[in-house]
Design a protein around this ligand. Sequence first.
Ligand SMILES: [Zn+2]
Length: 113
Amino acid sequence: MNYCNHCGQKINPGQEFCFNCGAEINKQQGQSQQPGQYYQKPSSTQSQDSGSPGWGILGFCIPLAGLILWIVWKNDRPRDSKSAGVGALISVIVSAFIYIIYFIFLVALISGM
Ligand SMILES: [Zn+2]
């Protein structure tokens, strides 16, 4: 809610002049929040966003869960999001690596026989 800088009367959103004293409303004033501040949430959410390695382990064990958490928390809990995302990524890479090794081993085995 904005207030008139001259007389303190309540100003509705979109209102250009104060109904009480007729002063012009400067839209920049009264809204102290700058655009960037919306993305840096205060301590209430930051305390939850611990970036705990537990989320990484979860992401590693269940890559799908890690992927979902990574997407869901991207804005609200960037550190936890990154932790879960990295865990899921490592899990996928390790799985792919094992699969490739297994595949090479299989090909070598078949071609050797
Ligand atoms: Zn006024």
